[in-house]
Design a protein around this ligand. Structure first.
Ligand SMILES: Nc1nc2c(ncn2[C@@H]2O[C@H](COP(=O)(O)OP(=O)(O)OP(=O)(O)O)[C@@H](O)[C@H]2O)c(=O)[nH]1
Ligand SMILES: [Mg+2]
Length: 413
């Protein structure tokens, strides 16, 4: 089965890498191939801040590896793989890698010492001799979703895309809330398998726990649109219920690793192809416009972006609402000028942010505008003055879109 999915993934890569337009998607595809070839399965623990993700990670891995605490703690992703010798490597966005002592880890991955990840840590890779990892699992502890450290939600979202399986951690001390619902709803397409764990069961009595489990199960069934919800009550602090969760994951890895990988790769490929097709439409439209007309429209949208920024700086309250309004205005403008849907990667997640300050808001507006501007700049670079080249490039874009659609049709099961 994995043979097939590997073949499909390779054919998507072949298509994407042949065009400079889809370089970003080709890179993602290349990583998928590598994972499939190595049977490299990634399990991430994801959940709202303070649900106990890092405590659970330490309990599963058997060691005080991650810093834990009563305020939002984890600020960077920590990947743990099997290693006879313990070691910790900090990777930075600028490409630098540093070996650090375990006692120094919190300097890099805690909000208190590395607030909003100012140090630019892209991830920490730990080698740890844990039985749980022995069969080749990569375990990932992620920053909490929905804390006022905005970057954390985006990081968690990115990791959903890399995961084959997810432990989504809830906690009995708080009912599932809108932030968790939004996050799950937006990301359920990515992972092949979900394990829902309800943490901190040591803090409630049996009856309350039963009521909570029933409530969660019903809600998750509706949300995930399946009857097959696996819900594990655990206490990461006391170790209760962890063996059931660990065994379920390890068992699935033994018996159905290929199915899990196939399911998650199919989902990821569909997303990837959609994103590539969107990109191709945009380039195609821009290529086929008169140059004078194209310049006019680019100037118009550039002015519009400046206007939006000026407008944003004058807003004073309920920034979440203004942010949505701004995204909508920009998307409408792109549609009006280029006839295509322009989507922002993490649109819905930003909606559910609480306590957004003006500085956060302006930063997000800047990010959104930069995202759009970047796409426009790349389209301009791609443009050619020579009519013959335009025809050739346009037909190449069309051919690529056609091939991708064909592969996409095969992925629908
Ligand atoms: N009673 C009880 N407390 C727990 C349990 N698990 C975690 N905690 C506590 O919950 C708090 C948060 O734990 P963390 O592991 O830091 O939570 P987290 O989800 O990693 O938090 P972020 O990294 O900020 O997203 C800490 O004070 C833990 O001691 C549990 O099973 N029972
Ligand atoms: Mg944590």
């Amino acid at each position: 089965m994995t043979e097939d999915i590997l073949k499909i993934t390779k054919s998507v890569y072949e298509q994407l890498s042949a065009s400079e337009v889809c370089r970003k998607q080709a890179k993602v595809c290349e990583n998928l191939i590598e994972k499939l070839e190595n049977d490299d399965i990634t399990v991430s623990v994801i959940g709202q801040f303070k649900r106990g993700k890092s405590t659970l990670s330490n309990a599963i891995l058997g060691g005080e590896i991650m810093p834990v605490g009563i305020v939002p703690i984890t600020s960077a992703v920590t990947k743990v793989v099997y290693g006879e010798e313990k070691s910790a490597e900090v990777h930075f966005y600028n490409g630098a890698v540093e070996n650090v002592e375990f006692s120094d880890l919190s300097k890099y991955i805690s909000e208190q010492e590395n607030e909003d990840n100012v140090l630019g840590v892209s991830e920490v890779i730990i080698r740890w001799p844990s039985e749980f990892l022995k069969k080749g699992l990569t375990y990932v502890d992620t920053p909490g979703v929905g804390s006022f450290h905005k970057n954390n939600t985006e990081v968690a979202y990115e990791y959903m895309k890399e995961s084959d399986a997810v432990i989504f951690l809830l906690s009995v001390d708080s009912p599932i809330n809108q932030i968790e619902i939004d996050f799950l709803y937006n990301t359920r397409e990515y992972a092949g398998k979900f394990y829902f764990a309800v943490n901190k069961i040591d803090t409630v009595g049996g009856e309350d726990l039963n009521a909570y489990m029933k409530y969660c199960e019903k809600l998750l069934r509706e949300l995930m649109d399946t009857d097959k919800i696996m819900l594990y009550p655990v206490s990461s602090k006391e170790g209760t219920g962890l063996a059931e969760l660990e065994n379920a994951i390890l068992n699935d890895c033994d018996t159905s690793i290929r199915e899990i990988m196939e399911a998650s790769t199919r989902k990821k490929l569909r997303e990837l192809i959609n994103s590539a097709l969107n990109q191709l439409t945009f380039y195609g439209r821009a290529m086929n416009m008169e140059y004078a007309e194209l310049d006019k429209r680019f100037a118009e949208i550039t002015d519009f972006i400046s206007e939006i920024k000026t407008k944003a700086s004058g807003y004073e309250a309920i920034f979440e609402i203004h942010l949505n309004e701004i995204k909508l205005l920009l998307s409408q403008k792109v549609y009006e000028l280029f006839g295509m849907e322009y989507t922002y990667e993490i649109a819905e997640l930003r909606q559910s942010m609480l306590m957004m300050t003006k500085a956060d808001f302006l930063k997000q507006v800047d990010d959104i505008c930069a995202d759009l501007k970047d796409t426009l700049d790349r389209v301009l670079l791609y443009r050619e003055e020579n009519a013959y080249v335009v025809v050739r490039k346009t037909s190449a874009l069309k051919r690529l879109a056609k091939n991708l659609k064909k592969i996409q049709a095969g992925l629908e099961d």
